[in-house]
Design a protein around this ligand. Structure first.
Ligand SMILES: Nc1ncnc2c1ncn2[C@@H]1O[C@H](COP(=O)(O)OP(=O)(O)O)[C@@H](O)[C@H]1O
Ligand SMILES: [Mg+2]
Length: 464
């Protein structure tokens, strides 16, 4: 799998933090604008209304018409404002009795009390209050308009007061995250350094102090892998040493045979030497084949065995038949006892063939002459056994003969001591168990390989 660059963890965490926070801030800004405007209106509307009420006091009802009298000085004092321009309009019906006729009337009057509304006057946005009816004349309206300068200022101050701290909060959160990630990932950097500093032959578990819980599984997996590698490395080192050691003796033997043959003047004796040489080469070729097979079937190094349903009875029968000539040569009664219907197991045919070959080779090789060797296959449980009536393998040797290169004292030359080790490896690859018992009559040995029950066979035996 090609690694995909996922960007830095820090960047993605920052994104996850800052994007939602910014959206919240944006919503907040919109809300604050509305609220700040309302608040500033509430603060200044009272003052505006006071001016309108003051103006209303200057409306007088006459016999023919209503008048408004306010001296210029008084008017200036009343409308004076540090920030804003204030205008007013006093109207009787559609007539403007005094003030600025261009102040727009409200679109809709308040149900009771004064009407506050926003409008635009001379291109400026203004806040207006209108009171309907004065103490002197109920049909007169007084409107006062004020530009929004101080209202804007107050609203801006309120908004800044709300938003600035939040903005600061986001910046601080971002910085804290930035620094926190660096601290949080420090153990990973330590782990990386620990792995990088490793020698390739040191496969002991990696120790990193203060590993956080999130990183521990990674460390555990790395150490598991180290342990498995170490096991395989140890196996292979041992195997190479063993193989070299085992090959040394036969190679020396070959050399000796060749030397003898070369020195021999008598052609007949030379031929004899070459015949010895041939036997020695044959034995060595068998040893090499067994070594290779052992290496090929070692469960820690085998990557994958393709197990397919196969007929154990048929396979065992075919392999047994291959041994008939050899049995005949040694006058051994080789028999097969199978069962019908056939026994299906999940297996690898070439490997199982090798397993049976090794058991039969031993049974025929170590059995007495004129002996009897029987291959037996049963269905429940799926089991293969090879029995002979040769000399008993002593109880204390029954485990050790499965070890590599282990042979019973006095066994014929010609063996390598690897056959049963290979048998055991192949059994393991099949999830099978192997047992060695003496025959019921106390004469001869029985090697039994018991296989796991084939999945389909389970269904067939126990219909749901
Ligand atoms: N059927 C048997 N009867 C008696 N001895 C056996 C039998 N099978 C194995 N052995 C003993 O176990 C030893 C190990 O067997 P094996 O691993 O096949 O190696 P090899 O046959 O090359 O010596 C043999 O040398 C032999 O001494
Ligand atoms: Mg053998």
């Amino acid at each position: 799998m090609r690694p995909v660059d996922a960007g830095t963890l820090r960047a993605s965490l920052l994104r996850w933090l800052l994007v939602p926070l910014s959206i919240v801030l944006l919503i907040d800004v919109v809300g604050s604008v509305v609220v700040a405007r309302k608040l500033s209106d509430r603060v200044y509307d009272g003052e505006l209304l006071e001016i309108a009420r003051e103006l209303a006091l200057h409306v007088h009802a006459g016999a023919t018409r209503t008048t408004f009298d306010l001296e210029k000085d008084a008017e200036r004092t009343l409308l004076l404002d540090q920030y804003d321009r204030v205008d007013y309009a006093v109207r009787a019906g559609a007539d403007t009795i005094a003030g600025d006729a261009s102040i727009p009337p409200p679109v809709r009057n308040a149900r009771s009390g004064p009407t506050f509304y926003d409008a635009s006057l001379d291109g400026q946005s203004v806040r207006i209050v209108q009171i309907d009816g004065t103490p002197a004349d109920a049909s007169v309206t007084v409107a006062v308009a004020e530009t929004r300068v101080k209202r804007h200022e107050l609203a801006n101050a309120i908004m800044l007061g709300v938003i600035l701290p939040q903005l600061l909060l986001i910046v601080i959160a971002g910085l804290a995250l930035w620094a926190g990630v660096a601290r949080g990932l420090a153990p990973l950097a330590n782990l990386q350094q620990a792995v990088a500093a490793r020698s390739h032959v040191d496969l002991s578990p990696i120790e990193v102090p203060q590993v956080p819980a999130e990183v521990r599984p990674l460390l555990t997996s790395i150490n598991d892998l180290m342990a498995r590698l170490s096991e395989i490395l140890a196996y292979q080192t041992r195997f190479i040493a063993d193989a070299a050691h085992q090959l040394r003796t036969p190679v020396a033997g070959l050399k000796a045979h060749v030397e003898v043959a070369l020195r021999e003047d008598d052609p007949i004796k030379a031929r004899q030497s070459i015949a010895h040489l041939y036997t020695a080469v044959e034995r060595m070729s068998r040893l090499v084949a067994q070594l290779l097979s052992l290496a090929r079937n070692e469960p820690t190094t085998v990557r994958h065995v393709e197990l397919a349903p196969l007929d154990l009875s048929k396979l065992a029968f075919d392999v047994t038949m291959d041994w008939v000539p050899e049995a005949y040569r040694k006058d051994i009664d080789l028999g097969f006892e199978g069962v019908e219907p056939h026994v299906t197991i999940d297996g690898d045919a070439p490997r199982l063939t090798e397993l049976i070959n090794n058991l039969l080779d031993n049974a025929i090789r170590y059995s007495r002459d004129k002996g009897r060797v029987t291959v037996h296959v049963t269905a429940q449980p799926p089991r293969l056994s090879v029995s002979d009536d040769g000399p008993l393998i002593p109880v204390e040797e029954r485990e050790r003969i499965f070890e590599r290169f282990h042979r019973l004292l006095g066994s014929h030359a010609g063996g390598s001591g690897l056959g049963l080790a290979i048998v055991q490896e192949i059994a393991k690859l099949h999830g099978a168990t192997i047992d060695l018992v003496e025959d019921a009559d106390g004469l001869g040995n029985t090697f039994t390989v018991t296989f796991p029950v084939h999945r389909k066979a389970v269904h067939a035996n126990h219909p749901a």
